[in-house]
Design a protein around this ligand. Structure first.
Ligand code: HEC
Ligand code: HEC
Ligand code: HEC
Length: 139
């Protein structure tokens, strides 16, 4: 005879542990799996480790940074390069800066925006990389 009570407790601990791992992956896993509907999350850039600012800031405030860049470039004429967290120098530009690393609007920006139902109007004027991979002239 084995001890039913101990077996049940062991089983319960196993089930709780297994469930918490599943729950962790569904909610807290790395940013690629932030979506809970089974569809892929935003694609990570190849050959780059760091964004312009810390990832947490980028996730919540990239639209603020884009506005700052736009105002500096258009209103103040400040077109100097900016240094990323990883020490790379990039253009303050939606097309040549952000999309220089995030090479697909569809697999990056859209994967979040579709999920959260956000529709930035930027692409009315700015070219998305998939639409014009060879062109550098956005305007
Ligand atoms: C030098 C290359 C580079 C540039 C330029 C760049 N990014 Fe990133 N970005 C990255 C990398 C690499 C990551 C992933 C960082 C990580 O895994 O922590 C990232 C992460 C992000 C994230 C979070 C993604 C997620 O999966 O949670 C957002 C949003 C983002 N970038 C938007 C932008 C925007 C908007 C711009 C332009 C203002 C920009 N990035 C410019 C390389 C870049
Ligand atoms: C990690 C998910 C994620 C990624 C990746 C992402 N965004 Fe967003 N973006 C959001 C969310 C969420 C909002 C809405 C935030 C809010 O309403 O407060 C947003 C809002 C915006 C806005 C403001 C739009 C509005 O109507 O208020 C702009 C502009 C924008 N994103 C640009 C971009 C660009 C360009 C990229 C690709 C380079 C990108 N985002 C990638 C999640 C993301
Ligand atoms: C009505 C057309 C139009 C729309 C819509 C638009 N832009 Fe622009 N944007 C421009 C023009 C024109 C420039 C000036 C380009 C230059 O002088 O290099 C510019 C410049 C910029 C720049 C700096 C330079 C560069 O090449 O990126 C940023 C950043 C920018 N816009 C971000 C945005 C964002 C983010 C959105 C959406 C929230 C947006 N723009 C919507 C027309 C537009």
């Amino acid at each position: 005879m084995y001890d039913k009570g101990k077996v049940l407790i062991g089983l319960a601990i196993f089930v709780i542990a297994a469930l918490s791992i599943v729950g962790y992956n569904a909610t807290m896993g790395d940013v690629d799996s932030f979506r809970t509907d089974g569809k892929p999350g935003p694609e990570k850039p190849v050959g780059h480790d760091k964004c312009v600012k810390e990832t947490a800031y980028m996730q919540t405030s990239h639209m603020v940074l884009l506005n700052e860049w736009r105002d500096e470039v258009i209103r103040e004429g400040k077109r100097e390069l900016v240094e990323t967290v990883g020490g790379e120098m990039v253009e303050k530009s939606l097309q040549n800066g952000c999309m220089g690393c995030h090479i697909s609007k569809v697999k990056f920006c859209d994967r979040c925006h579709d999920y959260t139902n956000v529709k930035p109007y930027c692409w009315d004027c700015h070219l998305a990389p998939v639409e014009a991979p060879a062109s550098k002239e956005a305007h």
